[in-house]
Write a protein that binds this ligand. Structure first.
Ligand SMILES: [Zn+2]
Length: 286
């Protein structure tokens, strides 16, 4: 199954750029269908009222229930104090499966991470080239899965791409989506260094063409199993409450067992950084 994990829908209210004006889905749905994309994760366009924007997304998901999966857009600053309520409502009433946060507005706060943990949903976060914030929230919330949009930068910031590739390797709970990444060799490096289990196909539709973005993944020339993971298997694992599995396995399995797939094949915590046993006094290993 091919899942596009990053697409927008609905209207924004600021009208200064495409991403805060309109994300029409008709052409996207036609293009995605022609490209063989089975399902798409959708989130709002930029809006000054996320509750209203998320409602628009819910209506679109209700119209295409077999093709669309909703994520709740929240602004860490403006929605502070009501984020749990907003996301819980979206999850329980509309069947939403994740949270979207944009670093252009504010990066994930404890309120967002604790909401994600409580509701067992992943956080898709655009860090807007500020990859250093991943080093703050990811180790603080090892039982929350984070998908770093655009491999850290929509604006071709190669330093952010480089940093995120190593964060993918270091943190079992950090993933990246491929949407809008133009410097192809950073995708190659991400697979080489962090493995295909950490990369998730996304298009950033409807503004980017889903077929074109999908073709990038095919050009990686992965083996069939790895390609299937990038195109859908990885995100499915996260949508199925993968982070609960992470918490369970980390507390009950040994490091060697953690490095393999879980007994139900749902999760892999392969990470040299985390699975290496620490020797007392060897601070360089901490
Ligand atoms: Zn986007």
């Amino acid at each position: 199954m091919i899942i596009d994990s990053h697409c927008h829908t609905g209207k924004g209210d600021l009208m200064t750029a495409p991403w805060n004006t309109d994300a029409p889905l008709a052409a996207y749905l036609r293009r995605a269908w022609a490209a063989g994309i089975d399902k798409t994760i959708v989130m709002a366009a930029f809006h000054t009222d996320n509750a209203q924007a998320n409602r628009q997304v819910a209506r679109m998901v209700a119209r295409h229930p077999t093709r669309l999966i909703g994520f709740a857009f929240v602004n860490a600053k403006r929605d502070a104090g009501r984020i749990f309520g907003m996301v819980k409502y979206a999850v329980t009433h509309w069947g939403f499966r994740g949270i979207k946060v944009h670093g252009y507005e504010a990066t994930p706060t404890r309120e967002i991470c604790e909401t994600a943990r409580a509701l067992a949903v992943p956080v898709l976060v655009d860090v807007a080239s500020r990859a250093e914030v991943v080093d703050m929230f990811a180790p603080q919330y090892p039982d929350v899965n984070f998908i770093v949009a655009h491999l850290g930068s929509f604006t071709d910031n190669w330093k952010a791409h480089q940093q995120v590739i190593y964060q993918l390797k270091r943190y079992p709970n950090v993933y990246a989506d491929t949407s809008g990444v133009r410097q192809f060799d950073y995708l190659v490096q991400a697979v080489r260094i962090a493995g295909a289990r950490k990369l998730i196909f996304g298009s950033d539709g409807p503004w980017l063409h889903p077929g074109l973005e999908l073709h990038k993944i095919r050009l990686l020339g992965l083996g069939p199993i790895d390609q299937e993971l990038v195109l859908g298997g990885n995100v499915l694992r996260l949508l199925r409450g993968g982070h609960r599995a992470v918490r369970h396995y980390t507390s009950t399995l040994t490091a060697a067992e953690i490095s393999k797939d879980g007994p139900d094949g749902t999760v892999s915590l392969q990470s040299e950084f985390h699975s290496e046993p620490l020797e007392e006094g060897a601070e360089y290993k901490l």
